[in-house]
Design a protein around this ligand. Structure first.
Ligand code: FES
Length: 406
């Protein structure tokens, strides 16, 4: 227990300096300042100046890299590029540069603060004892004094430049944290390019939208094929010519109770079966289909006994082909792939937040945070027996947004 005197008159308190009140406050809080010494006892000590410059340099480094981060974030070519695209090398530097500049900025700010504490603030060793007790008037007065004393001993008041630099570094570093949020704000109505496998840039288009333009779209599975070694008279090299990444699917390819992930494959990009041509190079186009972020579709073949229990959604009665149902794989909660189909229960599970959808009832949500059904793709079979899209989705794929009606 501290035996420090606890009651003081107003006059006594008024006569005490901030340093005395600080020491008193510390004692009353069970803290004894065992040692305290200013770093620079002599006014205009050159060591004071050099410590200040050292801290200022780190703050300046932090500012420069925060500005560099903002410049990279705004001006560097960030648009997605893939193999063979012009400017791929510059694009690949985008993320590392963001990490590097923001990392150095926060590191330098941290070093500046640590240097400030170690080189400019007074040296102090305090010992704290455990204690109980509520704050009273004297505690409040002494705490105020402590804050006043901290401010005056920090000497920041007379180091205007340093204060500006540290403040600037803190504000600019804050910007490096906040600015990237701007990248998440996009105009959902803006058409950014011609309709292709990735849609046209608006939120309600996907590769499947091509069907509205009269393109015949097959449901195709990803074989995982990659570039192959090609040997000719001129030597050996890797090539994607003749490599088929996506192949068309027929109903008999799927066992009852099975699920397959399929992607849109335009008629002109087919390179399998009787249309196989070893000279054809459709690899890149097919990869664009796979990478289209709203393209993945679950093709489910219900067991015959289950198919009889299906409840169709109004207006979608003819979207299925026999026992085959195609639902968007993009969760309507926040867009994870709903990859798990459980044939015993006919539930489709999203692993992200455990939403469950009933495959027997137009993939409506039956558990978890998702509030909307997975959009159903109308499908049929062409004259050659391949599964094709019979139309586009009738609602946007993926998470809810304000344009959605369902
Ligand atoms: S993204 Fe599917 S449940 Fe959250």
């Amino acid at each position: 227990m501290s035996n420090v005197k606890k009651t003081y008159t107003d006059a006594e308190l008024k006569n005490m300096s901030d340093a005395e009140l600080t020491a008193l406050g510390a004692e009353m809080d069970g803290v004894t300042v065992a040692f305290r010494k200013p770093r620079f006892e002599v006014p205009n000590d050159p060591a004071d100046k050099s410590a200040s410059i050292g801290v200022g340099i780190w703050a300046l480094v932090s500012i420069l890299f925060a500005v560099a981060f903002l410049a990279v974030y705004i001006f560097w070519p960030w648009e997605f590029k893939t193999h063979g695209d012009e400017g791929l090398a510059w694009h690949l530097l985008y993320t590392p540069l963001l990490g590097l500049t923001s990392g150095i900025s926060i590191l330098a700010l941290g070093v500046a603060v640590v240097q400030y504490v170690k080189k400019i603030l007074p040296e102090e060793v305090s010992v704290q004892r455990r204690h109980d007790g509520a704050s009273d008037e004297i505690d409040r007065r002494t705490l105020t004094a402590l804050l006043n004393d901290s401010w005056s001993t920090s000497t920041l008041g007379r180091r205007k430049t340093l204060m500006g630099l540290l403040g600037g570094a803190a504000v600019l570093f804050g910007l490096t944290v906040v600015a990237p949020l701007g990248g998440t704000i996009k105009n959902p109505w803006k058409v950014r390019h011609e309709l292709d496998y990735s849609g046209d840039g608006t939120l309600w288009t996907s590769g499947w939208t091509l069907v509205e333009k009269g393109v015949k779209l097959y449901l195709a599975r990803d074989t995982g094929a990659v570039a192959q070694m090609h040997t000719s008279q001129s030597g050996s090299h890797m090539t994607t010519q003749g490599v088929t990444r996506l192949v068309r699917v027929r109903p008999e390819d799927l066992a009852a109770g099975g699920m397959e992930t399929v992607f849109p494959l335009a008629e002109g990009d087919v390179n399998d079966g009787e249309l196989y041509d070893p000279e054809k190079d459709v690899y890149e186009a097919q990869m664009h289909s796979i990478h289209g972020n709203r393209n993945a579709v679950m093709l489910i073949r219900l067991r015959n006994s289950d198919a009889r229990k299906v409840i169709e959604r109004e207006g979608q009665e003819d979207f299925h082909y026999g026992d085959y149902y195609a639902y968007s794989k993009i969760c309507t909660h926040i867009g994870c792939p709903t990859s798990l189909y459980e044939q015993q229960t006919n539930r489709i599970l999203c692993p992200c937040h455990q939403s469950q959808f009933d495959a027997l009832q137009y993939a409506k949500p039956v558990f978890g945070p998702a509030a909307r059904a997975l959009p159903q793709l109308p499908i049929t079979v062409d004259e050659e027996g391949y599964l094709i899209a019979a139309g586009n989705f009738v609602e946007p794929v993926g998470p809810a947004f304000w344009e959605r009606k369902s």
